[in-house]
Each structure stands twice: as structure tokens, then as C-alpha cells.
Design a protein around this ligand. Sequence first.
Ligand code: MN3
Length: 203
Amino acid sequence: MSLHHSRHHKTYITNLNALLVTQAEALQSKDIVKQLELQPLIKFQGGGHVNHSLFWESLAPTGSTETVPVTSAPALLKVIAERWGSLEQFKDAWTKVALALQGSGWVWLVKDVHGRSVDIVTSKDQDLPRGELGTGAAGGGLRVPVLGLDMWEHAYYLQYWNDKKEYVGKWWNVVNWKKAEERWKAEKIDEIYGSLSGLMSRL
Ligand code: MN3
């Protein structure tokens, strides 16, 4: 995890900062072609920074009170039980989605911004878990992340080699349910992306 944080995440930040400088120059010089070329690169490096920031925020030390779902996330657990039957069934569903993910990407527990529905979704590479969630009578809205798990090989290969299932299983021991509960209760997107809101507006 420390290598993941200090090397992999740092690289996204370094690359993003360089791209934002280049973007500012392209805006200044009104170089439209350059601006267009930069967009997918900024999306990738910026997404890497945002997704990893969400990831670190939702971890807590093994055995800490934050990792106990019953006491740290009562409201979210109720919603999970309504949607999947129980926490264990939710974890089973999560593991299936995580192990079926092809290539690099992320698994997310998302809610619609109004908190009317929850779902498990994936995003490719460093895409954010954007999109719409929920339709019909209950209504829906923009998807926002509650929990995210990095399924890039760099997240697990050192400690778990090729055993993705063990990585996913052990990850539950360090999930910060208190943070997940906060995100579940958050009514505004800014509350979820937190200190990243300044960066988000620049992107
Ligand atoms: Mn990563």
C-alpha cells in the first residue's frame, strides 16, 4: 500500500500537474488542436488522482473502530441489506463483479446523488464512476462513489501475486465504514469529493 501510494499515485499527480501547465499554455496560445489532444490525457491522469484519493480516504487500520460496519455504518448497512439481502451477500456480489473485471479498472459501490438507490458498478482504467443511476418511480440521478476498490494489477501483485480473490477478500479488513457512512449520508457531490473539489473545478 505504501508503494502504491508513494509511487503509483504520485506518478498520476506529477503527470497531471505537468499536463495542467501544458493545458494553460495551450489555452493562452489558443492552440485548439493541442487542447483537444490533452483532454484524454488529463482525463486519465486526473482520474487516477481522484480515484486513488477516494481509495485512501476509505481505508482504516485493521482492527480499528472504523472497520466495524455494524457500529460505523448503520444507515448504509440497512440500505445494503435492503438491496442485497445481507452484508455477506453484498460482499459476494462485490467479489463476483471484481473478479469478472477485465483489464485494469475499479469496482465501486455507488449511490445516486439523492441517495435513493445503490449499486455495484465498474469503471475502466482511471475513469470516474460517472453516469446515471436509478430510473423509474423512485427516480435517480448522478452516480457518486461510496466505496471504491482499485483492481489494477499494481494494487495487489506485490502482496498477493495473482490471487485477486484473496486481495478482494482481505480488503474488507481495512474498509473505513465510517467514511462510507459519511458518503452515504452526504447530500452534495462536494461532500464526497471533499478536498478534491478545487481540483474538480479545474478539470
Ligand atoms: Mn492504483
